[in-house]
Write a protein that binds this ligand. Structure first.
Ligand code: GLN
Length: 449
């Protein structure tokens, strides 16, 4: 069997990192101590929804703290960012995951990635009863994974029997006024949330869903709104690795989240989600092999967020200097349209129009302008996204060209037509209609000279 190049590269990474010893399997939750320290799996899910797996990528383990960013996303969806921020901060605490990180005065937990903040976040999930809250969390995590997940009842019972520190955190928050719910009930829901069973393959799809702006690349389902995905990734980047978060951002430069069962996810926005499973943990509570593997991967594939982004495709697709529509025209009309000052220039663009792309495209447009009163068609039918800033730049350019006496028509995909920015010029959904519109206007302007 020929191995695909991604699996091959993950296999080599797996082989190198497998040799790494050190770290301790978590034992403060007794059941977790039974994990096999040799288990090591890697899974990566691309934006196209392909999952590549190596080693123990189908071994089931409990999600633990890797659940925290996803439940945070649920709370954000339920309550909106402002309401959530009032109850749970977004500042890295620089402390251990189980620290008493509460803001002096308000008792508000530092961030949703440490236990205190995660427990407070779980309490924000809308529900009429603890059972409903647990069910909603399980449904939510399942949507990210793209399959029905379940609980590991033994790990749940084990953590419940030994979870006094987390209960203490919850009681502390209630006495400080930052938790309204019953501490016992909330921590019980939190223990259930931590005991959801996943595989590295599941976690890679969950991470890929965040990396794809909330769209599950395997099921095609929109699980969470784009802005919520961005917020979640931001908190993962600053707080996801607890007291190792600063070092992590230096070395790896990706939003990530670890769990005490040995799971670790990272999201490379617009590229992929990756998950590792290896139970031995370092002093910060992060998987030793997971951290090593991701550090290496980030270096080899230049994944660090602060790298200057590479523009993979060129924005301008083509320039047509004398375009005609498919409309039937009389001989006189044809002759009229063949006059040089009735030339119609078409310039096409593709992909996402962010600042750089738009600046490039508009510079290119300025260099191919016909003489007035010629027509200019901006064919943006292959453009998949325009941010508000670039849309405003585009509209301003169109208005400016109209002032210079040019006819300007813009062809875009249907959803862009409804946007407020689309005012100056003629906007249609096909290049042909845009060219025909220019022709009609040029013909209206009188007989050929
Ligand atoms: N359930 C665990 C706890 O609260 C989760 C901690 C973790 O994964 N870091 O202690």
């Amino acid at each position: 069997m020929v191995m695909d190049p991604v699996t091959q590269s993950l296999t080599e990474l797996h082989r190198r990192v497998s040799a790494l010893r050190g770290g301790e399997v978590a034992a403060y939750i007794p059941k977790l101590a039974q994990a096999d320290p040799e288990d090591f799996g890697i899974a990566l899910t691309s934006m196209a929804g392909r999952t590549y797996q190596v080693g123990k990528s189908e071994t089931r383990f409990t999600i633990q703290s890797v659940s925290k960013p996803f439940v945070y996303a649920l709370a954000l969806t339920d309550l909106g960012p402002d309401e959530v921020l009032k109850r749970v901060g977004a500042e890295p605490s620089g402390e251990a995951f189980n620290a008493i990180s509460l803001e002096p005065g308000t008792g508000r937990p530092a961030n949703p990635m440490v236990n205190a903040g995660a427990i407070a976040t779980t309490a924000l999930v809308r529900a009429g009863s603890p059972a409903e809250r647990s069910r909603r969390i399980l449904d939510w995590l399942s949507a990210f994974a793209g399959r029905r997940l379940d609980h590991d009842e033994e790990v749940y019972a084990s953590e419940s029997a030994s979870g006094d520190r987390n209960r203490a955190l919850a009681y502390l928050m209630r006495s400080a006024g930052s938790l309204e719910d019953d501490p016992h009930e909330v921590t019980d829901t939190y223990f259930r949330q931590c005991a959801v069973r996943v595989t590295a393959a599941d976690l890679s799809i969950m991470a890929a869903t965040l990396a794809k702006g909330g769209l599950n690349p395997v099921t095609g389902q929109r699980v969470v709104a784009k802005d919520v995905a961005v917020r979640t990734l931001a908190v993962m980047a600053t707080c996801g690795m607890y007291n190792g978060a600063g070092q992590w951002l230096l070395n790896v430069g990706l939003p990530a989240k670890s769990g005490v069962a040995g799971g670790l996810i990272a999201a490379s926005p617009g590229r992929f989600g990756v998950a590792l499973y290896s139970p031995p943990l370092d002093a910060e509570g992060n998987s030793v092999r997971g951290v090593a593997a991701l550090t290496e991967m980030s270096e080899r594939f230049a994944l660090h967020l602060m790298h200057v982004p590479v523009h993979l495709t060129s924005t301008v697709t083509e320039t047509v200097t004398a375009a005609r529509s498919s409309r039937a025209r009389s001989a006189a009309e044809t002759e009229a349209l063949e006059q040089d000052d009735r030339r119609i220039v078409v310039i096409g663009a593709q992909g996402e129009l962010e600042f750089t792309e738009t600046e490039q495209f508009l510079t290119e447009v300025m260099s191919v302008l016909p003489t007035a009163p010629g027509g200019l068609v901006l064919d943006l039918t292959a453009v998949t996204g325009i941010s508000p800033g670039p849309a405003t730049m585009l509209a301003a350019a169109v208005a400016n060209l109209e002032q210079r006496g040019l006819l300007v028509a813009v062809a875009v995909q249907q959803p862009f037509l409804d946007r407020a920015e689309c005012r100056p010029g003629a906007w249609t959904t096909t290049r042909d209609a845009a060219v025909a519109w220019c022709e009609d206007r040029l013909l209206e302007r009188g007989a050929p000279r």
